[in-house]
Design a protein around this ligand. Structure first.
Ligand SMILES: [Zn+2]
Length: 373
């Protein structure tokens, strides 16, 4: 207890030294000068991350009545995406990882996408006890000197492990509107999701069965080409009926519109009804073969009903968490959920983007680039 109070005092001194001035006043303390990074936002934000770590540890200890073991800690934050007074917040990640020993490589430091205007937040999850501390930085920290005690506008601690949530079927705590993303991501990481799942839900900003359907499609396509003994040079994804899955496909297949790797058609139910045998198609995924030609797979994905997953909670967040965890040991069996409606080839002289031009609906073309059986 005494040691932690001392740590907190040291941090308070650093913060006062730095003045938590986001307007650009440099820190003058020797502690902070040891940081050899030239961004003026780095040192104050690193100090914010350290303070968040100490605050979170104290909140967790108050509930769990034990000092949290570093090996059990998972940290989530939108640091690096959120901005305060137009300044970057990424330095906070180093403060957190230094204090709590979380890291990218160990999959214990999760960087969650947000808009720059979103409040900066931290969630520190003790995966052993199930308690999670949530800290949200006041946006009024902009431009003025702030006392450390005023730094956080929300300091919440709640038990968020699946067993607790399933028993209550309720989310009674306030994590600043980030409840869904924190509950699903923190538990997913605690249950050992692979790196590609972390990358996908970080970009998507929450972990839902929708993003899982994209992960299943990407795994299906990887398996398809691996089974053929072909190493694709790259992928092109055509979303025909887009939902959360698109974000996983972009991340896992590095298929982005900026690199001519992704396109989407926002089809309606009426449009899809016109697609005949392919009305259930949700994506075409092309792999570019070593000779430059493109092999396209017209795919459908069907998620398991709640009668199969057993995820029948009244609370939508809890139902989705349950489904996320149900799929974890099935991600390497994508053929169970993904249906291949058709495969076809475009010659190297052609490109999938030629079927994504304004006014063209590849699924409704009179002469599509495939032959129907
Ligand atoms: Zn989603």
């Amino acid at each position: 207890m005494r040691r932690n109070n001392k740590n907190l005092r040291v941090l308070l001194n650093i913060l006062i030294l730095c003045g938590i001035v986001f307007g650009g006043v440099a820190c003058t303390g020797t502690d902070v000068l040891a940081v050899r990074v030239k961004s003026e936002a780095y040192a104050p934000m690193k100090a914010v991350g350290k303070l968040a770590a100490v605050e979170a540890r104290n909140l967790l200890r108050a509930e769990f009545r034990k000092v949290v073991n570093r090996n059990d800690v998972i940290v989530l934050s939108n640091a690096g995406y959120a901005e305060i007074g137009g300044k970057g917040t990424m330095g906070a990640l180093d403060g957190l990882s230094e204090m709590l020993r979380v890291s990218r490589g160990a999959n214990t430091l999760v960087e969650v996408h947000s808009i720059p205007e979103a409040p900066l937040w931290f969630a520190v999850f003790d995966s052993r006890s199930g308690w999670c501390a949530y800290l949200q930085v006041k946006s009024s920290a902009v431009g003025g000197v702030l006392k450390a005690s005023d730094l956080f506008e929300k300091r919440t601690v709640a038990k968020i492990d699946p067993a607790t949530l399933y028993a209550s079927d309720n989310i009674p705590f306030d994590f600043g509107g980030n409840e869904f993303r924190i509950v699903t991501i923190a538990n997913g990481v605690a249950f050992g999701v692979p790196a590609y799942v972390t990358r996908s839900f970080e970009f998507h900003d929450h972990y839902c069965p929708g993003v899982t359907s994209g992960i299943l499609i990407a795994n299906y396509v990887k398996e398809y080409f691996a089974d053929k003994g072909v190493t694709p040079k790259g992928y092109f994804v055509h979303g025909l009926n887009p939902w959360c899955k698109e974000d996983a496909l972009m991340v896992m297949l590095n298929a982005t519109p900026g690199k001519s790797g992704y396109t989407v058609t926002y089809s309606t139910t009426e449009d899809r009804a016109e697609w005949g045998d392919y009305s259930s198609a949700v994506n075409i995924v092309y792999g570019q073969l070593p000779d430059g030609s493109w092999e396209g797979l017209i795919l459908n994905v069907t998620l398991a009903p709640s009668t199969e997953t057993g995820c029948n909670y009244t609370n939508g967040t809890i139902s989705r968490l349950c489904a996320d965890l149900w799929y974890l040991d099935k991600l390497d069996d994508p053929g169970r959920f993904v249906e291949e409606l058709k495969s076809f080839t475009l010659p190297a002289t052609d490109h999938p983007k030629n079927y994504a031009r304004p006014g063209i609906d590849i699924m409704a073309m009179e002469n599509p680039p495939w032959e129907d059986d």
